[in-house]
Design a protein around this ligand. Structure first.
Ligand code: P53
Length: 500
């Protein structure tokens, strides 16, 4: 019963987190290449270019660039029928603003996709996953600059044309809405190549950058359908539903507003226009953004075919008029001091949302070692939320549990905690399909082969069924081995989700 016969069971990764080979084959420097290794509770630093003596974990990552043939064999053994990865923009356009693509980079993905297809694995491709050319940051200011739209569209046109018979499922911008957390340096930089100077209005710049990205995405959707009408082109949203901490009406309202601030991006992607609440917000804040008539037309022509999203955790929020005990604050990302002060009240009642400041812990759920709240039911809630609002096919393109794994004397790795997490989430996902009628395309658990953490730059925060021998300092043989969860996930796939 339950899941579609053609359900896509896979695994998800991103180029910069596993490929390594940061200079190989003519690749240019990406934003991921200038981020140092952080740790649990320690923010990654963004350096001014690549500096000697720093530890940049993405430079080598797990060396998939040189080892992909063996890795794809392991994926095939696992039994996946799809593989979600990204195309590193800097392999194709090393600086981002060239006219002609780099053939060696294009050839690499031809070879990788051929290897996958030969093994019965369909590539699912993200165009921009936290790895834009660093040159676009230094020379153009990142996505605050309208010119980025054309650079991105050119990149997309080249790869969509080249791989039109090898790839059907595409996504434009990975977790485009992470930058709603504009108060921290991480998301604006990884999403949009934004670096702020003292005194700049971070929030306004973030909205401008997001607007250009949404226009670029819409243009790519339209163009992609011309290149191959069979293409399915989606958006990619980080879904962390925000619950009211209590049933106090002000908590409920705060949660609704917070959801709007994190998720309006999906409205534009899926409906082709800005929702009223965000336009009113721009007005109230005095954000005179560069949004042209032509942009509005382009947005309307570029509605996505499906909604891809990641789901790891849920959040909670309280009425901000209340004084919140600092020990109740939720920090899911390593963070230094808060940057934004409480904003002036801009009209009653105004429910503000500064993510880095306003989230509170949820006493009803467990939490991972990295402070990520574990909430399987929240996945069913999220699937329903998207389905009610957009009535489009959904694709869970990331879900997973970052944990420390221990290698036993005999080399085995017992990871029942990972199985427990994924099992509970797959159960919730099946309920959404069975009871709520959600149209679900597939499920690709994150980091199904261990890779570099995006948030902390660690190797120690592992998600894989396949272990990779490497530590936070970069030591290790890079050898691959199967964890207990490998056999479990194989069985899940083979039974189309019936045997958990
Ligand atoms: P790491 C924050 C919140 C939710 C998802 O994250 C996030 C982030 C950013 O860290 O990122 C996604 O590696 C992202 C992946 C990332 C994965 O989740 O910090 O799409 O690139 O690796 C897990 O544990």
């Amino acid at each position: 019963m339950t899941l579609r016969k053609d359900f896509l069971w896979g695994g998800a990764v991103a180029a910069h987190q596993l490929e390594g080979g940061w200079k190989a084959g003519g690749k240019g420097v990406s934003v991921a290449d200038v981020m140092t290794a952080g740790a649990n509770g320690v923010e990654r630093r963004i350096t001014d270019g690549v500096l000697p003596g720093e530890n940049y974990p993405n430079h080598e990552a797990i060396d998939f660039y040189h080892r992909y043939k063996d890795d794809v064999k392991l994926f095939a053994e696992l039994g996946v029928n799809c593989f979600r990865t990204s195309i590193a923009w800097t392999r194709i356009f090393p600086n981002g603003d060239e006219q002609e693509p780099n053939e060696e980079g294009l050839q690499f993905y031809d070879d990788l996709f051929d290897e996958c297809l030969k093994n019965g694995i369909e590539p699912v491709i993200t165009l921009s996953h936290f790895e834009m050319p660093y040159h676009l940051v230094t020379a153009y200011g990142g996505w605050r600059n309208r010119q980025l739209i054309d650079f991105f569209v050119r990149f997309a046109e080249v790869v969509m044309t080249r791989y039109k018979d090898k790839v059907k499922y595409w996504m434009t911008f990975n977790e485009i809405n992470n930058q709603a957390n504009f108060d921290m340096d991480f998301a604006p930089f990884t999403n949009s190549g934004l670096k702020f100077v003292e005194g700049e209005n971070r929030e306004k710049i973030m909205y401008q950058a997001a607007h250009y990205e949404l226009v670029a995405s819409a243009r790519v959707v339209e163009l992609g359908h011309k290149i191959n009408p069979e293409f399915q082109i989606g958006c990619m949203i980080a879904m962390c539903p925000i619950y009211p901490a209590t049933c106090k009406p002000e908590d409920m309202m705060a949660a609704q507003i917070a959801m709007q601030r994190r998720l309006w991006f999906t409205d534009v992607h899926a409906r082709g226009h800005y929702p009223s609440y965000i336009l009113k917000y721009f007005e109230r804040k005095g954000f005179d953004l560069d949004i042209t008539e032509e942009d509005i037309k382009n947005l309307a022509k570029g509605e996505v075919d499906y909604i891809g999203f990641s789901y790891y955790m849920s959040f909670a929020i309280k009425d901000q008029a209340e004084k919140i005990d600092p020990s109740l604050k939720l920090n899911y990302m390593p963070s230094t001091a808060e940057k934004s002060e409480k904003q002036e009240n801009l009209g009653a009642p105004t429910f503000d949302y500064i993510e880095n400041r306003d989230l509170v812990k949820n006493q009803y759920v467990q939490v991972s070692e990295w402070g990520w709240q574990i909430d399987p039911l929240g996945l069913r809630y999220s699937l329903n939320w998207f389905n009610e609002r957009y009535e489009k096919p959904l694709f869970i393109v990331e879900n997973g549990f970052g944990a420390v794994d221990k290698v036993e004397e005999d080399g085995s790795i017992h990871d029942p905690y990972r199985v427990e997490y994924l099992k509970a989430h797959i159960e919730a996902m099946k309920e959404a399909v069975n009871y709520d009628g959600v149209d679900l395309i597939g499920y690709t658990p994150w980091g199904f082969i261990d890779l570099v953490s995006a948030g902390t730059g660690e190797m120690k925060k592992r998600y894989g069924f396949i272990y990779v021998d490497k530590d936070n300092e970069g030591n290790g043989t890079l050898e691959r081995s199967k964890k207990d969860s490998f056999a479990w996930y194989s069985k899940v796939i083979a039974s189309n989700g019936e045997e958990l």
